[in-house]
Design a protein around this ligand. Structure first.
Ligand code: GDP
Ligand code: CA
Length: 313
């Protein structure tokens, strides 16, 4: 039996790591957004998969919030000497991941196979599965035009107004086989939507028909953890995007966004007053301190998610 966690990068990776700490070996499958993936200097970069891999293996830089700790930047700083200025930074240690992934893909492996191989090599006792082996690419509609995700997120630092989001390729992308097998065998005992960006991390996953349909037809409960605490995102553009897309920036706004999809929502204590309004949407509420700053807090939020799944069952 498997718990399936839908995850973006940093926020998702924290809860996935917490769930890995409270689930037994082989009981957890993290399904990760690939809408941010892109090709850089011939390398396939999968930011959210890497965030989950690094966080789960304890290799992530928790201060910077992305990439690997003890990183060096010789590769990046050597590029301008050769006449190439880049707004996208790849650390030297991180580079090994992208070079290997690209080589294995070129030899014919799927992204699911490559990811499983890396997770295994890093000694992880749970599965990490890209949402699809087919390319899905997030684009953000802004007054500056339609920007590819990394162009919006990294080069433009999420500054342009977000008028809409599209997921190119999602309509025909097939759900990655490992999740399809688990779901179709009735082996999924619960679904957790991590506290990831609802628009650009969870949005691309829900745009993959095979995932959306299985979630819609599920028998096991689905709970989410709010990425919004006290009206703010912990990190990143989730709050800004929510406001720009006309949603209330609150746990209630998150609940409205996921209404019809989730059975329960874990909120932060600071948002407990919103519980009745969320319950009025037919969503059960769990309340805990949802800020994840260390292994204990990650496991606390993981346990709160599992308790809410049990209450929703
Ligand atoms: P990204 O792909 O790296 O942008 O990461 P995600 O989409 O997975 O996570 C970004 C979201 O995580 C943001 O909306 C944050 O508010 C949320 N987040 C980050 N850390 C925490 C945390 O400790 N607790 C909660 N509840 N949300 C968090
Ligand atoms: Ca991401």
């Amino acid at each position: 039996m498997t718990l399936v966690a839908l995850s973006g990068g940093v926020g998702g990776a924290k809860l996935v790591s917490g769930l890995a700490g409270v689930c037994g070996p082989g009981e957890l499958m993290a399904v990760v957004n690939t809408g941010d993936d892109f090709d850089y200097l011939g390398l396939r970069v999968c930011p959210d998969i890497d965030s989950v891999l690094y966080a789960a293996a304890g290799l992530n830089d928790s201060v910077r919030g992305w990439g690997r700790e003890n990183e060096s930047w010789n590769f990046h700083h050597s590029l301008p000497q050769l006449g190439f200025e880049s707004w996208f930074m790849l650390g030297d240690r991180d580079l090994a991941t992208h070079v290997l992934r690209t080589d294995w893909l070129r030899q014919g492996a799927t992204l699911s196979e490559v990811t499983a191989r890396m997770a295994h090599a890093l000694g992880l006792a749970f599965d990490i599965v890209p949402m699809s082996d087919d390319a899905v690419r997030t684009h953000v509609d802004t007054p500056e035009g339609v920007l590819a995700f990394q162009d919006y997120f990294v080069r433009r630092r999420c500054e342009p107004l977000c008028r809409g989001i599209r997921f190119e390729g999602a309509g025909t992308a097939r759900l990655a086989a490992p999740l399809a097998r688990q779901a179709d065998a009735g082996a999924v005992q619960g679904w957790v939507i991590c506290p990831s960006n609802p628009f650009v991390s969870i949005g691309p996953m829900l745009a993959v028909p095979g995932l959306r349909d299985r979630l819609g037809q599920r028998r096991a409960p689905c709970v989410a953890v709010s990425p919004i605490i006290a009206g703010q995102a912990v990190k990143g553009p989730a709050a800004k995007m929510m406001a720009e897309l006309g949603l209330e920036v609150s746990a209630l706004g998150v609940a409205r966004r996921y209404a019809g999809l989730i059975d329960g929502l874990v909120l932060d204590r600071r948002d407990a007053a919103q519980a009745p309004a969320i319950e009025a949407l037919g969503i059960r509420v769990g309340v805990t301190d949802t800020l994840m700053t260390d292994a204990d807090s990650r496991e606390r939020v993981a346990r709160a998610s599992l308790e809410l799944i049990a209450r929703c069952g």
